[in-house]
Design a protein around this ligand. Structure first.
Ligand code: ADP
Ligand code: MG
Length: 311
């Protein structure tokens, strides 16, 4: 087994490869993820496609984009529609205003004013954006893209594709923060066990999901990145309607899908929508979801019943 850790996409990343001792493969996987981040997806990385497109969107109505970005936006817009607008990849103005990631751990984090939030909301929203062709977008009012909710899922999709071309790898587990790819078959034929973190005690687990073969599992929760002011927790998943951190009946949403993009996007969306609407949304995309609710209950899609083992 070959094990390796890294810090990528603003989070800790780890990979376990079985069937090979070839360090090249491990290196190439991290390079692939790093390249996606710096060349395509990162909003902060100067020179990434998303940063360049955001720059242009400030002044231009029609902006040329790559086919890949267009596909990511198209699927994002579909989920935006199916999820009552709660999931939105054009919230860059709002997410950069809150700037939660950078403010985690700061002594005096700043909470934006209601006026600032209202202004940022005016410059947000998938309703303002039209995909004109597979190579361009058109905006009514300028918006700023933020693909933070799908970046890790997209990266894991790419990693899975890469592994298909490396037959020496018989089995792999790759994790990028709260998103995991299971791949292949373990030597003893036992299922993969993906731990589900207890959102109230993030060093504990509430149980695990047992999976065989290739799957993507992603968890979104209010415990991931947040700061607290006057006993109120401000976390990094925002409700586009209020402009404030989202509140629902759940503390975390874990989504299992055969697409990395979908598992990542739907875990964010399901966290915002809450358990009832979230279950319906996951079903629409043939995905399964498991919720830990604010009252401590564990709710899940029927298909997960036999696969989740409580601790
Ligand atoms: P994590 O980054 O912890 O894996 P998520 O996948 O849930 O968590 O994505 C959260 C990120 O998505 C935020 O940091 C922000 O960049 C972006 N985001 C916040 N609110 C929304 C939303 N309502 N729709 C889409 N993206 C969002
Ligand atoms: Mg997500």
């Amino acid at each position: 087994m070959l094990e390796s850790n890294a810090v990528l996409m603003g989070t800790t990343a780890s990979q376990k490869l079985y069937g090979t001792q070839d360090e090249r493969i491990a290196d190439e996987i991290w390079q692939l993820v790093g390249k996606l981040e710096t060349e395509l997806l990162s909003r902060r990385e100067e020179g990434s496609e998303v940063a360049l497109v955001n720059q242009k969107l400030k002044t231009e109505k029609v902006v040329t984009i790559s086919k890949a970005l267009s596909e990511y936006l198209q699927l994002g817009q579909e989920i935006w529609r199916s999820g009552e607008g709660c999931f939105d990849l054009t919230l860059g103005e709002l997410t950069s205003l809150w700037n939660i990631d950078e403010q985690v751990g700061e002594e005096k984090p700043l909470i934006p004013t209601a006026e600032e939030i209202a202004k940022a909301k005016e410059k947000s929203g998938f309703a303002n954006l039209t995909l004109v062709s597979s190579h361009s977008v058109q905006v009514e009012t300028p918006v700023m893209l933020d693909l933070g909710a799908v970046g890790k899922g997209i990266a894991l999709d790419e990693v899975a594709g890469y592994l298909e071309g490396e037959p020496a790898v018989t089995c792999a587990i790759i994790s990028l923060g709260g998103s995991v790819l299971t791949y292949g078959e373990k030597q003893d034929h036992s299922p993969f066990q993906i731990a589900v973190v207890d959102p109230n005690h993030r060093d504990k687990v509430i149980g695990c999901v047992k999976l065989e073969g290739r799957h993507f599992v992603s968890t979104s929760g209010a415990y991931e990145r947040f700061f607290e002011v006057d006993n109120t927790r401000y976390h990094h998943i925002l409700d586009p309607v209020t402009g404030y951190p989202a509140k629902s009946d759940v503390l975390s949403a874990t989504v299992v899908s055969d697409s990395g993009y979908l598992s990542d996007a739907l875990s964010t969306a399901c966290f915002i929508l809450g358990s009832e609407k979230g279950l319906t949304l996951a079903k629409m995309y043939q995905a399964q979801v498991l919720f830990v609710t604010t009252s401590g209950e564990i709710l899940m899609s029927e298909e997960l019943e036999g696969k989740f083992v409580k601790d």
